[in-house]
Design a protein around this ligand. Structure first.
Ligand code: PEP
Length: 265
């Protein structure tokens, strides 16, 4: 299965309803419709409904930043994937901020991934090592454990649409992203895990994106890393000029890759 590039804007807990709406209006003016780039916005729960009503659905899709793993019940304060299924196509799951500040463990992430899939929502599963784990040379083990557990309730069919975001925790909110060689090593390891679990069709079909201090000037280098299908953007997605610049650059990289492929065939 061949997908377009994917760029996801994680607005985290920054914007209120009015600010979210303003940002969408600005993005709509700046961002052109590109058939080779899918743009996904992830506002907070509060703004999901209004943003769903406002967006041009040919240009933007929506993601939640999280969701609860039970569909319905006495769970005060939670929002389930089943309640959001009419509003969103994707959901970020297992973001390192949720693992860190909300103590989300491997089992909870696994249950959320299964709940999203059960409700026809595509998980954007975030995986990545901390600075300490990298220093201890535990990166591969950490990625392995995060992936194997998170996907343990999925079939090979479910996995075809999955998105995995490699987000080294030490590169999030930092001054610069991980280097292309670090990203390449991690992405190829992630794809290898998928092949081991589900075979080569799944390995090729899964989209692997990179997140961690993506700014426009880094886009070319990151998008040219073999196996990288897109970006998960935090801070830079709150600035409409930076984010639209990121989209244009991803579009240009995608175009040049398409041209190279056409010349080779
Ligand atoms: C993130 O939190 O998913 C992220 C990529 O953040 P930032 O771009 O701000 O590093």
């Amino acid at each position: 299965m061949k997908h377009s590039k994917l760029v996801v804007a994680n607005w985290k807990m920054y914007l209120n309803i009015h600010e979210s709406s303003l940002l969408v209006q600005r993005l709509d003016k700046k961002i052109h419709l590109h058939r080779n780039v899918e743009v996904v916005l992830a506002p907070n729960f509060l703004s999901l409904y209004s943003i769903n009503q406002e967006i041009d659905k040919r240009k933007f899709r929506l993601a939640a930043q999280d969701g609860f793993f039970v569909d319905e019940g006495a769970y005060t304060g939670s929002v389930s994937f089943s309640q959001m299924r009419q509003l969103i196509d994707y959901s970020i799951i297992g973001h390192s901020e949720r693992r860190r500040y909300f103590n989300e463990g491997l089992g909870e992430v696994r249950d959320k991934v299964a709940a999203a899939v059960r409700n026809q929502i595509i998980p954007i599963l975030c995986v990545g090592e901390t600075k300490k784990e990298r220093a201890l040379k535990e990166t591969k083990q950490v990625l392995h454990d995060q992936i194997v557990t998170a996907l343990s309730n999925l079939t090979s069919q479910d996995v075809l649409n999955l998105v995995i975001a490699y987000e080294p925790v030490w590169a999030i909110g930092s001054t610069e992203p991980a280097t292309p060689s670090i990203i390449e090593e991690a992405v190829s390891w992630i794809r290898y895990q998928i092949r081991e679990l589900y075979g080569s069709e799944a390995e090729e079909s899964v989209r692997v994106i990179y997140g961690g201090s993506d700014e426009p000037e880094y886009v070319n280098a990151i998008m040219k890393v073999p196996g990288v299908d897109g970006l998960l953007v935090g801070r830079a997605s709150l600035n409409y000029e930076h984010f639209s610049d990121i989209i244009s650059r991803v579009h240009l990289v995608a175009l040049s890759q398409e041209n190279t492929k056409a010349e080779d065939s």
